[in-house]
Each structure stands twice: as C-alpha cells, then as structure tokens.
Design a protein around this ligand. Structure first.
Ligand SMILES: [Zn+2]
Ligand SMILES: [Zn+2]
Length: 87
C-alpha cells in the first residue's frame, strides 16, 4: 500500500492551499491613486502619505468615510456631486 505517497500528497496540498490563501489575503489591500500626486496608496488611508492630500471625506448623509474620487456613497447611495454643486 502506498500510504506514504498519500500522506505526502495531502501534506503538500495542505501547504499549497495554505500559502495560496495567504497570498490572496495580501492582495485584498485596495490601492487607489492619489488625486494630489498620483502615487499608488493604500485605500484605507485617510490622507496620502506622500503629499498629505485628503483621500476620504465624510458622507453628508450616512457619516461614513468615502473615497474622495468616488462619485456615489457605497453605503447609502447618495450622489456626492450634489453636495459639491451645492457648496
Ligand atoms: Zn498624494
Ligand atoms: Zn453615505
């Protein structure tokens, strides 16, 4: 019985899947381009680490932090242009 072959196979599959899951988790960081300097920055930042440009602003409707270059709030659906035009 080639039991040892099965054990080696499952062990290698286990390590392969574990490494695969780790690499996909790292790819979940969302990058955006800063409006001020054009650098690729982590989308969870509120300010650009290169030029201190504001990357997020508070939605006037639901008070959640929304990316400055998104056109609609993803949480409540309000169009951000409306607020900018009224200001
Ligand atoms: Zn910047
Ligand atoms: Zn909102």
């Amino acid at each position: 019985m080639p039991t040892i072959v099965c054990i080696v196979f499952f062990l290698s599959m286990y390590f392969f899947l574990r490494d695969y899951n780790n690499s996909t988790n790292q790819d979940e960081i969302e990058y955006i381009h800063c409006n001020g300097c054009g650098e690729k920055v982590n989308g969870s930042n509120e300010f650009c680490p290169y030029c201190k440009e504001t990357l997020k602003e508070e939605c006037p409707h639901c008070r959640k932090m929304v990316h400055i270059n998104w056109r609609y709030c993803p949480y409540c659906g309000i169009a951000k242009e409306n607020r900018w035009l009224n200001e």
